[in-house]
Write a protein that binds this ligand. Sequence first.
Ligand SMILES: Cc1cc2nc3c(=O)[nH]c(=O)nc-3n(C[C@H](O)[C@H](O)[C@H](O)COP(=O)(O)OP(=O)(O)OC[C@H]3O[C@@H](n4cnc5c(N)ncnc54)[C@H](O)[C@@H]3O)c2cc1C
Length: 450
Amino acid sequence: MADRSSLPPPAVDAARRRWLQGLGAAALAAGGTVAAAPDARARTTKTNAHIVIAGSGLGGIAVANRLARQLDGAKITIVDAKQEHNYQPGYTLVATGVWPIEKIRDRNADYLPAGAEWVQEMVAEFDPDANAVVTTGGRRIGYDYLVVATGLHLDYAQIEGMDVAAIGTNGLGSVYASPQAAQATWRAMDAFRRQGGHAVMTLPAGPLKCAGAPLKMTFMVADRLRQAGTLGKSQVDFFTGLPTDTVFGVKVVNDAVLKRWDAIGVERHHLQKLVAVDIGARKATFASPEGEKTEVGYDFLHVVPPMRATDAVKHSKLAWQEGPMAPGGWLEVDKVTLRHPRYPNVFGIGDINGTPRGKTAATVKKSAPIVVHNLVEVIAGREPDDEFDGYTSCPLIVREGSAMLIEFDYEGRLTPSLPMIEPLQESYMAWLMKYSMLKPAYVAVLKGRV
Ligand SMILES: Cc1cc2nc3c(=O)[nH]c(=O)nc-3n(C[C@H](O)[C@H](O)[C@H](O)COP(=O)(O)OP(=O)(O)OC[C@H]3O[C@@H](n4cnc5c(N)ncnc54)[C@H](O)[C@@H]3O)c2cc1C
Protein backbone atom coordinates (compact mmCIF):
# COMPACT_ATOMS: atom_id res chain seq x y z
CA MET A 1 0.00 0.00 0.00
CA ALA A 2 1.35 3.39 -0.89
CA ASP A 3 2.39 5.95 1.66
CA ARG A 4 -0.75 7.94 2.46
CA SER A 5 0.98 10.36 4.79
CA SER A 6 0.91 13.06 2.10
CA LEU A 7 -2.88 12.95 2.17
CA PRO A 8 -3.97 14.24 5.56
CA PRO A 9 -7.61 14.22 6.57
CA PRO A 10 -9.19 17.66 6.62
CA ALA A 11 -8.34 19.41 9.91
CA VAL A 12 -11.42 20.39 11.91
CA ASP A 13 -11.28 22.40 15.12
CA ALA A 14 -13.64 21.67 18.01
CA ALA A 15 -16.11 24.49 17.32
CA ARG A 16 -16.28 23.62 13.68
CA ARG A 17 -16.73 19.95 14.54
CA ARG A 18 -19.76 20.78 16.72
CA TRP A 19 -21.27 22.78 13.88
CA LEU A 20 -20.53 19.96 11.48
CA GLN A 21 -22.19 17.48 13.79
CA GLY A 22 -25.31 19.59 13.41
CA LEU A 23 -24.85 19.36 9.69
CA GLY A 24 -24.44 15.60 10.05
CA ALA A 25 -27.91 15.47 11.56
CA ALA A 26 -29.12 17.49 8.60
CA ALA A 27 -27.37 15.06 6.29
CA LEU A 28 -29.24 12.22 7.88
CA ALA A 29 -32.42 14.11 7.29
CA ALA A 30 -31.54 14.84 3.67
CA GLY A 31 -33.68 13.03 1.18
CA GLY A 32 -37.05 14.14 2.35
CA THR A 33 -37.56 11.99 5.41
CA VAL A 34 -37.84 15.09 7.58
CA ALA A 35 -41.42 15.54 6.55
CA ALA A 36 -42.27 11.89 7.03
CA ALA A 37 -40.08 10.62 9.86
CA PRO A 38 -40.67 6.87 9.72
CA ASP A 39 -40.81 6.31 13.45
CA ALA A 40 -43.45 9.00 13.82
CA ARG A 41 -45.77 7.24 11.41
CA ALA A 42 -44.71 3.73 12.40
CA ARG A 43 -47.31 1.57 14.08
CA THR A 44 -47.20 -2.06 14.99
CA THR A 45 -49.26 -4.29 12.75
CA LYS A 46 -50.11 -7.76 14.03
CA THR A 47 -49.58 -10.48 11.43
CA ASN A 48 -48.29 -14.01 11.09
CA ALA A 49 -47.13 -13.37 7.52
CA HIS A 50 -43.85 -14.85 6.30
CA ILE A 51 -41.70 -12.29 4.50
CA VAL A 52 -38.65 -13.38 2.55
CA ILE A 53 -35.98 -10.79 1.73
CA ALA A 54 -33.58 -11.80 -1.05
CA GLY A 55 -30.30 -9.97 -0.47
CA SER A 56 -28.69 -8.54 2.65
CA GLY A 57 -26.99 -5.46 1.25
CA LEU A 58 -28.06 -1.97 2.22
CA GLY A 59 -31.61 -2.32 0.87
CA GLY A 60 -32.31 -5.78 2.28
CA ILE A 61 -31.06 -5.01 5.79
CA ALA A 62 -32.71 -1.57 5.93
CA VAL A 63 -36.06 -3.13 5.03
CA ALA A 64 -35.56 -6.05 7.44
CA ASN A 65 -34.88 -3.74 10.40
CA ARG A 66 -37.89 -1.57 9.65
CA LEU A 67 -40.21 -4.54 9.18
CA ALA A 68 -38.98 -6.11 12.41
CA ARG A 69 -40.02 -2.94 14.25
CA GLN A 70 -43.30 -2.33 12.48
CA LEU A 71 -44.68 -5.88 12.42
CA ASP A 72 -45.74 -7.91 15.44
CA GLY A 73 -45.69 -11.69 14.89
CA ALA A 74 -44.27 -11.77 11.35
CA LYS A 75 -41.59 -14.26 10.32
CA ILE A 76 -38.73 -12.59 8.45
CA THR A 77 -36.27 -14.69 6.46
CA ILE A 78 -33.21 -13.12 4.83
CA VAL A 79 -31.48 -15.10 2.08
CA ASP A 80 -27.89 -14.15 1.16
CA ALA A 81 -24.60 -16.05 1.44
CA LYS A 82 -22.52 -12.88 1.79
CA GLN A 83 -21.04 -12.48 5.29
CA GLU A 84 -19.17 -9.23 4.85
CA HIS A 85 -20.96 -5.92 4.59
CA ASN A 86 -19.22 -3.35 2.41
CA TYR A 87 -19.74 0.39 2.50
CA GLN A 88 -19.66 0.78 -1.28
CA PRO A 89 -19.92 4.60 -1.36
CA GLY A 90 -16.48 4.56 0.31
CA TYR A 91 -14.87 2.57 -2.52
CA THR A 92 -13.96 5.73 -4.45
CA LEU A 93 -12.21 7.12 -1.36
CA VAL A 94 -10.18 3.91 -0.98
CA ALA A 95 -9.42 3.72 -4.70
CA THR A 96 -8.02 7.25 -4.70
CA GLY A 97 -5.89 6.91 -1.57
CA VAL A 98 -8.09 8.92 0.80
CA TRP A 99 -9.36 6.13 3.10
CA PRO A 100 -7.82 2.84 4.25
CA ILE A 101 -9.69 -0.32 3.25
CA GLU A 102 -10.77 -1.06 6.84
CA LYS A 103 -13.31 1.78 6.69
CA ILE A 104 -15.41 -0.04 4.10
CA ARG A 105 -15.45 -3.55 5.60
CA ASP A 106 -18.00 -4.69 8.14
CA ARG A 107 -20.05 -7.75 9.17
CA ASN A 108 -23.63 -8.32 8.04
CA ALA A 109 -24.34 -10.24 11.24
CA ASP A 110 -23.94 -7.03 13.25
CA TYR A 111 -26.85 -5.35 11.47
CA LEU A 112 -29.49 -8.03 10.98
CA PRO A 113 -32.54 -7.68 13.24
CA ALA A 114 -32.81 -10.02 16.21
CA GLY A 115 -35.29 -12.78 15.57
CA ALA A 116 -34.91 -12.81 11.78
CA GLU A 117 -33.83 -16.05 10.17
CA TRP A 118 -30.70 -15.76 8.00
CA VAL A 119 -30.36 -18.42 5.29
CA GLN A 120 -26.70 -18.21 4.27
CA GLU A 121 -27.19 -19.23 0.65
CA MET A 122 -28.07 -17.37 -2.53
CA VAL A 123 -31.42 -17.43 -4.26
CA ALA A 124 -30.90 -19.59 -7.35
CA GLU A 125 -34.46 -19.30 -8.62
CA PHE A 126 -37.50 -17.11 -8.06
CA ASP A 127 -40.83 -18.91 -8.55
CA PRO A 128 -43.37 -16.13 -8.02
CA ASP A 129 -46.29 -18.19 -9.37
CA ALA A 130 -45.77 -20.57 -6.44
CA ASN A 131 -44.72 -17.83 -3.96
CA ALA A 132 -41.37 -19.52 -3.39
CA VAL A 133 -37.63 -19.10 -3.86
CA VAL A 134 -35.16 -21.93 -4.34
CA THR A 135 -31.69 -21.53 -2.83
CA THR A 136 -28.35 -22.56 -4.31
CA GLY A 137 -28.38 -25.47 -1.85
CA GLY A 138 -31.71 -26.66 -3.28
CA ARG A 139 -33.89 -25.49 -0.38
CA ARG A 140 -37.36 -24.31 -1.38
CA ILE A 141 -38.65 -21.48 0.80
CA GLY A 142 -42.27 -20.38 0.53
CA TYR A 143 -43.39 -16.86 1.38
CA ASP A 144 -46.44 -14.68 1.73
CA TYR A 145 -44.50 -11.56 0.71
CA LEU A 146 -41.17 -11.14 -1.04
CA VAL A 147 -38.75 -8.20 -1.07
CA VAL A 148 -36.16 -8.43 -3.85
CA ALA A 149 -32.91 -6.70 -2.84
CA THR A 150 -30.19 -8.57 -4.72
CA GLY A 151 -28.31 -5.54 -6.02
CA LEU A 152 -26.89 -5.88 -9.52
CA HIS A 153 -24.34 -7.89 -11.49
CA LEU A 154 -21.04 -6.35 -12.63
CA ASP A 155 -20.67 -7.79 -16.12
CA TYR A 156 -16.85 -7.76 -16.49
CA ALA A 157 -17.26 -10.85 -18.72
CA GLN A 158 -18.45 -8.56 -21.54
CA ILE A 159 -14.89 -7.16 -21.77
CA GLU A 160 -12.64 -9.69 -23.49
CA GLY A 161 -9.38 -10.27 -21.62
CA MET A 162 -10.55 -8.50 -18.44
CA ASP A 163 -9.40 -10.23 -15.26
CA VAL A 164 -10.65 -8.84 -11.95
CA ALA A 165 -7.81 -10.64 -10.14
CA ALA A 166 -5.30 -8.54 -12.12
CA ILE A 167 -6.64 -5.20 -10.85
CA GLY A 168 -3.70 -3.33 -9.30
CA THR A 169 -1.15 -4.80 -11.72
CA ASN A 170 0.08 -3.35 -15.03
CA GLY A 171 -1.70 -0.04 -14.49
CA LEU A 172 -5.13 -1.70 -14.29
CA GLY A 173 -7.77 -0.17 -12.02
CA SER A 174 -11.48 -0.74 -11.40
CA VAL A 175 -13.18 0.74 -8.36
CA TYR A 176 -16.36 -1.32 -8.58
CA ALA A 177 -15.39 -4.97 -8.07
CA SER A 178 -14.73 -5.18 -4.31
CA PRO A 179 -12.93 -3.45 -1.42
CA GLN A 180 -9.77 -5.30 -2.43
CA ALA A 181 -10.15 -4.07 -6.02
CA ALA A 182 -10.60 -0.50 -4.77
CA GLN A 183 -7.42 -0.81 -2.69
CA ALA A 184 -5.53 -2.33 -5.62
CA THR A 185 -6.81 0.45 -7.90
CA TRP A 186 -5.14 2.98 -5.64
CA ARG A 187 -1.92 0.95 -5.81
CA ALA A 188 -1.99 1.23 -9.61
CA MET A 189 -3.04 4.90 -9.58
CA ASP A 190 -0.37 5.80 -7.05
CA ALA A 191 2.39 4.18 -9.11
CA PHE A 192 1.03 5.89 -12.22
CA ARG A 193 0.84 9.39 -10.75
CA ARG A 194 4.50 9.33 -9.73
CA GLN A 195 5.61 8.87 -13.36
CA GLY A 196 2.66 10.42 -15.19
CA GLY A 197 1.66 9.22 -18.66
CA HIS A 198 -1.57 8.26 -20.38
CA ALA A 199 -4.67 7.62 -18.27
CA VAL A 200 -7.64 6.02 -19.99
CA MET A 201 -10.89 6.31 -18.04
CA THR A 202 -14.07 4.51 -19.14
CA LEU A 203 -17.86 4.67 -18.80
CA PRO A 204 -20.27 2.26 -20.51
CA ALA A 205 -23.76 3.26 -21.64
CA GLY A 206 -26.67 1.72 -19.68
CA PRO A 207 -27.82 1.73 -16.05
CA LEU A 208 -24.97 1.92 -13.50
CA LYS A 209 -24.76 1.98 -9.74
CA CYS A 210 -23.45 5.35 -8.69
CA ALA A 211 -23.12 6.73 -12.21
CA GLY A 212 -21.00 9.49 -10.68
CA ALA A 213 -18.21 7.11 -9.61
CA PRO A 214 -16.50 6.95 -13.06
CA LEU A 215 -16.52 10.78 -13.09
CA LYS A 216 -15.10 11.00 -9.56
CA MET A 217 -12.30 8.61 -10.53
CA THR A 218 -11.49 10.84 -13.52
CA PHE A 219 -11.43 14.01 -11.44
CA MET A 220 -9.26 12.31 -8.84
CA VAL A 221 -6.71 10.82 -11.23
CA ALA A 222 -6.17 14.32 -12.63
CA ASP A 223 -5.87 15.71 -9.10
CA ARG A 224 -3.38 13.04 -8.03
CA LEU A 225 -1.26 13.83 -11.11
CA ARG A 226 -1.46 17.54 -10.28
CA GLN A 227 -0.36 16.91 -6.69
CA ALA A 228 2.54 14.76 -7.87
CA GLY A 229 3.60 17.46 -10.37
CA THR A 230 3.13 15.11 -13.31
CA LEU A 231 -0.13 16.44 -14.80
CA GLY A 232 1.76 18.59 -17.31
CA LYS A 233 3.40 15.57 -18.93
CA SER A 234 0.26 13.43 -18.76
CA GLN A 235 -2.89 12.95 -20.79
CA VAL A 236 -6.26 11.98 -19.27
CA ASP A 237 -8.70 10.54 -21.82
CA PHE A 238 -12.31 9.63 -21.06
CA PHE A 239 -13.92 7.00 -23.30
CA THR A 240 -17.67 6.49 -23.03
CA GLY A 241 -20.37 4.57 -24.83
CA LEU A 242 -22.64 7.60 -24.33
CA PRO A 243 -23.38 10.06 -27.16
CA THR A 244 -21.50 13.30 -27.86
CA ASP A 245 -21.21 15.71 -24.92
CA THR A 246 -22.92 13.29 -22.51
CA VAL A 247 -21.24 11.84 -19.42
CA PHE A 248 -24.11 12.10 -16.91
CA GLY A 249 -27.90 11.81 -17.20
CA VAL A 250 -28.82 15.14 -15.63
CA LYS A 251 -28.00 17.93 -18.10
CA VAL A 252 -27.02 20.69 -15.68
CA VAL A 253 -24.71 18.31 -13.80
CA ASN A 254 -23.33 16.98 -17.09
CA ASP A 255 -22.52 20.51 -18.26
CA ALA A 256 -20.90 21.42 -14.93
CA VAL A 257 -18.62 18.37 -15.23
CA LEU A 258 -17.70 19.05 -18.87
CA LYS A 259 -16.82 22.67 -18.06
CA ARG A 260 -14.41 21.51 -15.37
CA TRP A 261 -12.91 18.77 -17.55
CA ASP A 262 -12.31 21.24 -20.37
CA ALA A 263 -10.46 23.46 -17.88
CA ILE A 264 -8.16 20.66 -16.70
CA GLY A 265 -7.68 19.11 -20.14
CA VAL A 266 -9.64 15.84 -19.89
CA GLU A 267 -10.33 14.77 -23.47
CA ARG A 268 -13.55 12.93 -24.31
CA HIS A 269 -14.22 10.17 -26.82
CA HIS A 270 -17.92 9.39 -27.22
CA LEU A 271 -19.81 6.36 -28.56
CA GLN A 272 -16.76 4.27 -27.69
CA LYS A 273 -17.46 1.05 -25.78
CA LEU A 274 -14.64 -0.82 -24.05
CA VAL A 275 -14.77 -4.31 -25.57
CA ALA A 276 -11.33 -5.80 -24.83
CA VAL A 277 -8.22 -5.28 -22.79
CA ASP A 278 -4.75 -6.77 -23.16
CA ILE A 279 -3.54 -6.39 -19.60
CA GLY A 280 0.07 -7.46 -20.21
CA ALA A 281 0.51 -5.18 -23.23
CA ARG A 282 -1.50 -2.32 -21.62
CA LYS A 283 -3.84 -1.94 -24.58
CA ALA A 284 -7.58 -1.27 -24.51
CA THR A 285 -9.89 -1.81 -27.48
CA PHE A 286 -12.98 0.31 -28.02
CA ALA A 287 -15.80 -0.26 -30.50
CA SER A 288 -18.08 2.31 -32.13
CA PRO A 289 -21.81 1.53 -32.64
CA GLU A 290 -20.89 0.64 -36.25
CA GLY A 291 -18.42 -1.94 -34.95
CA GLU A 292 -15.27 -0.02 -35.89
CA LYS A 293 -12.52 -0.90 -33.41
CA THR A 294 -9.78 1.36 -32.04
CA GLU A 295 -6.83 0.12 -29.98
CA VAL A 296 -5.49 2.53 -27.37
CA GLY A 297 -2.29 2.13 -25.35
CA TYR A 298 -2.33 3.29 -21.72
CA ASP A 299 -0.24 3.63 -18.59
CA PHE A 300 -3.32 3.58 -16.33
CA LEU A 301 -6.72 2.16 -17.30
CA HIS A 302 -9.88 2.52 -15.22
CA VAL A 303 -12.43 -0.14 -16.20
CA VAL A 304 -16.12 0.39 -15.49
CA PRO A 305 -18.01 -2.79 -16.37
CA PRO A 306 -21.46 -2.86 -17.99
CA MET A 307 -24.09 -3.67 -15.36
CA ARG A 308 -27.26 -5.79 -15.44
CA ALA A 309 -29.63 -7.61 -13.10
CA THR A 310 -28.40 -10.57 -11.08
CA ASP A 311 -28.92 -13.90 -12.89
CA ALA A 312 -31.66 -15.17 -10.58
CA VAL A 313 -33.82 -12.09 -11.25
CA LYS A 314 -32.90 -11.77 -14.94
CA HIS A 315 -33.97 -15.34 -15.64
CA SER A 316 -37.20 -15.12 -13.62
CA LYS A 317 -40.73 -13.99 -14.36
CA LEU A 318 -40.14 -11.07 -12.00
CA ALA A 319 -37.98 -9.28 -14.59
CA TRP A 320 -39.36 -6.73 -17.05
CA GLN A 321 -40.66 -8.71 -20.01
CA GLU A 322 -40.60 -5.78 -22.45
CA GLY A 323 -39.41 -2.19 -22.75
CA PRO A 324 -36.01 -0.59 -22.15
CA MET A 325 -35.37 -2.44 -18.86
CA ALA A 326 -36.03 -5.92 -20.31
CA PRO A 327 -32.61 -6.55 -21.95
CA GLY A 328 -30.82 -5.98 -18.62
CA GLY A 329 -33.31 -8.26 -16.83
CA TRP A 330 -34.10 -5.57 -14.22
CA LEU A 331 -36.86 -6.18 -11.66
CA GLU A 332 -40.24 -4.88 -12.79
CA VAL A 333 -41.68 -2.52 -10.20
CA ASP A 334 -44.08 0.38 -10.30
CA LYS A 335 -41.68 3.32 -10.07
CA VAL A 336 -43.90 5.16 -7.55
CA THR A 337 -45.01 2.41 -5.14
CA LEU A 338 -42.03 0.07 -5.81
CA ARG A 339 -44.51 -2.83 -5.89
CA HIS A 340 -44.41 -5.47 -8.62
CA PRO A 341 -47.34 -4.82 -10.99
CA ARG A 342 -47.87 -8.49 -11.91
CA TYR A 343 -47.06 -10.07 -8.52
CA PRO A 344 -48.67 -7.74 -5.95
CA ASN A 345 -47.06 -9.52 -2.96
CA VAL A 346 -43.58 -8.63 -4.29
CA PHE A 347 -41.67 -5.36 -3.72
CA GLY A 348 -38.22 -4.26 -4.88
CA ILE A 349 -35.56 -2.08 -3.27
CA GLY A 350 -32.16 -0.76 -4.37
CA ASP A 351 -30.00 -1.38 -7.40
CA ILE A 352 -32.06 -4.28 -8.79
CA ASN A 353 -35.10 -2.08 -9.42
CA GLY A 354 -35.87 -1.41 -13.07
CA THR A 355 -36.71 2.22 -12.45
CA PRO A 356 -35.56 5.21 -14.53
CA ARG A 357 -32.84 6.48 -12.18
CA GLY A 358 -31.26 5.69 -8.86
CA LYS A 359 -28.94 2.84 -7.98
CA THR A 360 -27.40 4.72 -5.08
CA ALA A 361 -27.39 4.32 -1.31
CA ALA A 362 -29.23 7.65 -1.20
CA THR A 363 -32.06 6.08 -3.22
CA VAL A 364 -32.27 3.25 -0.68
CA LYS A 365 -32.34 5.77 2.15
CA LYS A 366 -35.33 7.56 0.67
CA SER A 367 -37.17 4.50 -0.64
CA ALA A 368 -36.76 1.96 2.20
CA PRO A 369 -39.39 3.68 4.42
CA ILE A 370 -41.71 3.85 1.41
CA VAL A 371 -41.31 0.16 0.52
CA VAL A 372 -41.89 -0.84 4.14
CA HIS A 373 -44.88 1.44 4.58
CA ASN A 374 -46.48 0.17 1.35
CA LEU A 375 -45.76 -3.47 2.19
CA VAL A 376 -47.27 -3.06 5.66
CA GLU A 377 -50.36 -1.46 4.07
CA VAL A 378 -50.72 -4.46 1.74
CA ILE A 379 -50.30 -6.88 4.67
CA ALA A 380 -53.04 -4.97 6.49
CA GLY A 381 -55.33 -5.33 3.47
CA ARG A 382 -55.02 -1.74 2.29
CA GLU A 383 -53.63 -0.19 -0.90
CA PRO A 384 -50.05 1.12 -0.92
CA ASP A 385 -50.27 4.90 -0.61
CA ASP A 386 -46.72 6.17 -0.19
CA GLU A 387 -45.01 7.52 -3.28
CA PHE A 388 -41.36 7.51 -4.32
CA ASP A 389 -40.20 10.45 -6.44
CA GLY A 390 -36.97 8.80 -7.62
CA TYR A 391 -34.71 10.75 -5.25
CA THR A 392 -31.03 10.05 -5.61
CA SER A 393 -27.87 11.91 -4.76
CA CYS A 394 -24.20 11.89 -5.49
CA PRO A 395 -21.37 13.73 -3.76
CA LEU A 396 -19.32 14.32 -6.90
CA ILE A 397 -15.68 14.64 -5.85
CA VAL A 398 -13.88 17.13 -8.08
CA ARG A 399 -10.52 17.09 -6.28
CA GLU A 400 -9.17 16.21 -2.86
CA GLY A 401 -10.97 18.49 -0.42
CA SER A 402 -13.77 19.57 -2.77
CA ALA A 403 -17.02 18.09 -4.09
CA MET A 404 -20.43 19.03 -5.50
CA LEU A 405 -23.46 17.55 -3.72
CA ILE A 406 -25.96 16.72 -6.42
CA GLU A 407 -29.48 15.58 -5.53
CA PHE A 408 -32.20 14.92 -8.12
CA ASP A 409 -35.42 13.03 -8.83
CA TYR A 410 -36.89 10.82 -11.59
CA GLU A 411 -37.42 13.86 -13.81
CA GLY A 412 -33.80 14.99 -13.45
CA ARG A 413 -34.89 18.01 -11.40
CA LEU A 414 -32.36 19.13 -8.80
CA THR A 415 -33.78 18.58 -5.31
CA PRO A 416 -31.29 20.17 -2.88
CA SER A 417 -32.11 19.29 0.70
CA LEU A 418 -29.35 21.10 2.61
CA PRO A 419 -29.77 24.88 2.44
CA MET A 420 -26.08 25.51 3.16
CA ILE A 421 -24.92 23.51 0.14
CA GLU A 422 -25.43 24.94 -3.33
CA PRO A 423 -25.75 22.17 -5.93
CA LEU A 424 -23.33 22.46 -8.86
CA GLN A 425 -21.01 24.59 -6.75
CA GLU A 426 -18.03 22.69 -5.45
CA SER A 427 -17.28 23.11 -1.76
CA TYR A 428 -15.23 21.83 1.11
CA MET A 429 -18.52 21.24 2.94
CA ALA A 430 -19.74 18.75 0.32
CA TRP A 431 -16.33 17.03 0.49
CA LEU A 432 -16.59 16.81 4.26
CA MET A 433 -20.00 15.20 3.96
CA LYS A 434 -18.53 12.54 1.70
CA TYR A 435 -15.40 12.20 3.82
CA SER A 436 -16.88 11.97 7.29
CA MET A 437 -20.68 12.24 7.49
CA LEU A 438 -22.21 9.94 4.94
CA LYS A 439 -20.95 6.71 6.47
CA PRO A 440 -22.74 7.32 9.80
CA ALA A 441 -25.80 8.26 7.75
CA TYR A 442 -25.46 4.99 5.81
CA VAL A 443 -25.26 2.97 9.03
CA ALA A 444 -28.38 4.73 10.32
CA VAL A 445 -30.19 3.72 7.11
CA LEU A 446 -28.97 0.14 7.55
CA LYS A 447 -30.38 0.06 11.07
CA GLY A 448 -33.68 1.48 9.80
CA ARG A 449 -33.35 4.61 11.93
CA VAL A 450 -33.67 7.27 9.23
C1 LIG B 1 -17.79 2.39 -6.49
C2 LIG B 1 -19.13 2.73 -5.90
C3 LIG B 1 -19.38 4.02 -5.46
C4 LIG B 1 -20.62 4.36 -4.95
N1 LIG B 1 -20.81 5.64 -4.49
C5 LIG B 1 -22.01 5.98 -3.97
C6 LIG B 1 -22.22 7.29 -3.44
O1 LIG B 1 -21.33 8.13 -3.43
N2 LIG B 1 -23.44 7.59 -2.94
C7 LIG B 1 -24.45 6.68 -2.92
O2 LIG B 1 -25.53 7.00 -2.43
N3 LIG B 1 -24.28 5.42 -3.41
C8 LIG B 1 -23.09 5.06 -3.93
N4 LIG B 1 -22.90 3.78 -4.41
C9 LIG B 1 -24.06 2.88 -4.62
C10 LIG B 1 -24.55 2.13 -3.40
O3 LIG B 1 -23.49 1.52 -2.71
C11 LIG B 1 -25.57 1.10 -3.85
O4 LIG B 1 -26.55 1.74 -4.62
C12 LIG B 1 -26.23 0.39 -2.68
O5 LIG B 1 -25.27 -0.35 -1.97
C13 LIG B 1 -27.34 -0.51 -3.20
O6 LIG B 1 -27.83 -1.36 -2.20
P1 LIG B 1 -28.51 -2.75 -2.57
O7 LIG B 1 -28.99 -3.33 -1.30
O8 LIG B 1 -29.44 -2.58 -3.69
O9 LIG B 1 -27.30 -3.62 -3.17
P2 LIG B 1 -26.02 -4.16 -2.42
O10 LIG B 1 -25.70 -3.29 -1.25
O11 LIG B 1 -25.00 -4.32 -3.48
O12 LIG B 1 -26.45 -5.58 -1.85
C14 LIG B 1 -26.93 -6.62 -2.67
C15 LIG B 1 -26.87 -7.91 -1.85
O13 LIG B 1 -27.61 -8.91 -2.54
C16 LIG B 1 -26.88 -10.12 -2.48
N5 LIG B 1 -27.28 -10.98 -3.60
C17 LIG B 1 -26.90 -10.93 -4.90
N6 LIG B 1 -27.48 -11.93 -5.59
C18 LIG B 1 -28.24 -12.62 -4.72
C19 LIG B 1 -29.07 -13.78 -4.83
N7 LIG B 1 -29.24 -14.40 -5.99
N8 LIG B 1 -29.68 -14.22 -3.72
C20 LIG B 1 -29.53 -13.60 -2.51
N9 LIG B 1 -28.75 -12.50 -2.34
C21 LIG B 1 -28.12 -12.03 -3.44
C22 LIG B 1 -25.42 -9.72 -2.50
O14 LIG B 1 -24.60 -10.73 -1.93
C23 LIG B 1 -25.46 -8.45 -1.65
O15 LIG B 1 -25.24 -8.72 -0.28
C24 LIG B 1 -21.64 3.38 -4.87
C25 LIG B 1 -21.38 2.06 -5.28
C26 LIG B 1 -20.13 1.74 -5.78
C27 LIG B 1 -19.85 0.31 -6.19
